[in-house]
Structure formats: C-alpha cells, structure tokens
Design a protein around this ligand. Structure first.
Ligand code: AMP
Length: 174
C-alpha cells in the first residue's frame, strides 16, 4: 500500500461541521488496514531522526496516530485532552480553532524536564491547537522537537504559528 493510495481514502465532506468548512474525514482510511499501516509507518519514518523521547497525541483523532507512533518508536505517550477529562493536576492552555475556541490540558507530570517531545495530530489547520500544545509541553518542562500531522491544510498557514526551532512534517498537503 502506497501513501498515495492511503491518501485516496481520505474523504472531504463539505460544510461539516459548519458551512464553509471542508472537513477531512479520515474514517475510510482508518478502516483500511494497509492504509493505516502506511500512514503510521510514514509518520514513524519522518520523525525517527528527531529522536523524540515522548509522543504527545492531541484529543481525539491525534490519539489514533500518536499511540502507534509511540509504540513504533518504543517511547511513551502524552495525552493532550479537552478540559475536565484528566483526573490529576493539569496545566491548561486556551486556543482558537478553525471553528470556535477551546482549551487543552496535560497532566503536570506528563513530561520530564528536558524530555524531547514530538506533537501529533490528524490535521494541521490554523495551527492554534498545535501551538497551544507546544506551550503546554514547554510549561511542563519538555522540549518540543517537532510536529507530525497526517494532513496539512497549507492554505490556512498554520505552520507559521509553530515555533521556528521545531520541525514540522505532514504526509499530505492541501
Ligand atoms: P487548528 O487548531 O485550527 O489547527 O485545528 C486543528 C484541529 O481541528 C485538529 O485537531 C483537527 O482534527 C481539527 N480540524 C480543523 N480543521 C479541520 C478540517 N478541515 N478537517 C478535519 N479536521 C479539522
């Protein structure tokens, strides 16, 4: 299975969840075993050289790629969650979405001081979520070495909002 065929299984749904949003629906790709393997292999190949020590997955679709990536790299997972979901003490950041605003949290002990962290999500849109995650990881003492996305909506310019020191990779750009 090539990455190109995996890409062909990503469905664009117009006007979801609001008029004007072209939603990238990864469900058909997730439902195809070889495509899912090609995607997770592609992410692992892209980030291995950054030598991350933790993989931070952004709720909820980021978890779907962060967990197999962490497993492939033999490293641990950091859960980046919506407010009120994590049971222990948290650090929180507010952020703007392509549609609406929200906040995210991590446990204060999710990252060790100086630990090299890669941030993973399904889609990079405006970059607000990923930038907020970077701030969270840094406040917790970690070093964000890079970001990995399956899809980048390049026309929204989200990459420019991510720290200049961190590397950014995306498998598919629109
Ligand atoms: P942003 O903070 O604007 O980069 O938005 C990123 C988050 O919103 C990701 O977690 C995506 O899952 C979701 N998202 C934003 N725009 C889209 C889109 N057009 N299709 C699918 N998911 C999207």
């Amino acid at each position: 299975m090539s990455l190109q065929r995996a890409e062909s299984l990503i469905r664009t749904v117009p006007d979801f969840p609001k008029p004007g949003i072209a939603f990238k629906d990864i469900a058909p790709m997730l439902g195809d075993g070889p495509a899912l393997r090609a995607i997770t292999d592609g992410l692992a190949e892209a980030v291995a050289a950054w030598q991350p020590q933790k993989v931070a997955g952004i709720e909820s679709r980021g978890f779907l790629f962060a967990a197999p990536l962490a497993r492939d790299l033999g490293q641990g997972l950091v859960l980046v969650r919506k407010p009120g979901k994590l049971p222990y003490k948290t650090v929180r950041e507010e952020y703007a979405l392509e549609y609406g605003t929200d906040a995210i949290e991590i446990h204060i002990d999710a990252v060790a001081k100086g630990e090299r962290v890669v941030i993973v999500d399904d889609v990079l849109a405006t970059g607000g979520t990923a930038a907020a995650t970077q701030r969270l990881i840094e406040r917790a003492g970690g070093e964000v070495v890079g970001f990995a996305f399956v899809i980048e909506l390049a026309f929204l310019g989200g990459r420019a909002r991510l720290g200049t020191d961190a590397k950014v990779t995306s498998l598919f750009r629109y």
